[in-house]
Write a protein that binds this ligand. Structure first.
Ligand SMILES: Nc1nc2c(ncn2[C@@H]2O[C@H](COP(=O)(O)OP(=O)(O)OP(=O)(O)O)[C@@H](O)[C@H]2O)c(=O)[nH]1
Ligand SMILES: [Zn+2]
Length: 201
């Protein structure tokens, strides 16, 4: 990559980020000037900018376009939404599947693609799985707005699977309820029934 290409696409602080990666490479016992890893600092900096792009994105953008449909008040569930995120403790990836549901208010329907887009805005940040799950449900409830929203996330964390405790088969399931789901056990059961019967592509 030429310097001008780097400057065009580089987020602010790119050079400092590359220098920091060079320090980390030395810490790990590598010479960052070795030809085979000379471009690695730039790749790592760009990958980090990519994986945290959601920090610089406004989730409400994806809730702006609503399709009004009188009488639409039934639970809508989109499942099998793949995501990848970074745990805020180790900056290592965790990834998995989200199921998102909402009960429309006043027939305010969302385009189906917007639910995966919303998941991605919150996933592409330094995250906790619990916060990711909560933010998705709360944002749909408050900003669509909807009568209620629910989210279930199943993920594996590389900080658990490949380092430290090294549990490659452990998965974590988190759920969050907002609005009418909080005090309506039947709505929760309906959501969970849909979530658990959906094929995990
Ligand atoms: N609750 C929660 N914990 C997480 C998440 N991602 C990573 N963790 C945990 O964050 C914790 C950080 O614990 P620390 O004791 O500070 O760090 P550590 O010494 O690297 O911990 P070990 O992973 O046990 O080696 C670990 O237990 C991780 O498993 C998450 O999304 N939610
Ligand atoms: Zn971690």
């Amino acid at each position: 990559m030429t310097t001008s290409q780097t400057e065009q696409t580089a987020p602010q602080g790119f050079t400092d980020a590359c220098d920091a990666v060079r320090v980390l490479l030395r810490f790990a016992g590598y010479d960052p000037d070795q030809p085979v890893i000379r471009d690695t600092p730039g790749r790592v900096a760009r990958a980090l900018a990519d994986m945290t792009a959601g920090t610089r994105d406004d989730p409400r953008t994806y809730l702006d376009r609503v399709f009004p449909e009188q009488g639409a008040d039934g639970l809508v569930v989109v499942s099998g939404i793949r995501f990848a995120s970074l745990c805020e403790h180790h900056m290592l990836p965790f990834s998995g599947t989200a199921t998102v549901g909402y009960i429309p208010r006043d027939g305010r329907l969302l385009g189906l693609s917007k639910l995966p887009r919303l998941v991605n805005v919150f996933a592409r940040r330094l995250q906790l799985q619990e916060r990711l799950t909560e933010q998705i449900a709360r944002t749909i409830h408050e900003d669509l707005p909807a009568k209620g929203a629910a989210c279930m996330v199943t993920a594996t964390h590389t900080c658990v699977s490949v380092r430290g405790v090294t549990q490659p088969h452990s998965t974590t399931v988190t759920r969050a309820w907002a609005g009418c789901f909080r005090d309506d056990p039947e709505a929760r059961l309906e959501f969970l029934g849909q979530a658990e019967s959906s094929p995990d592509w």
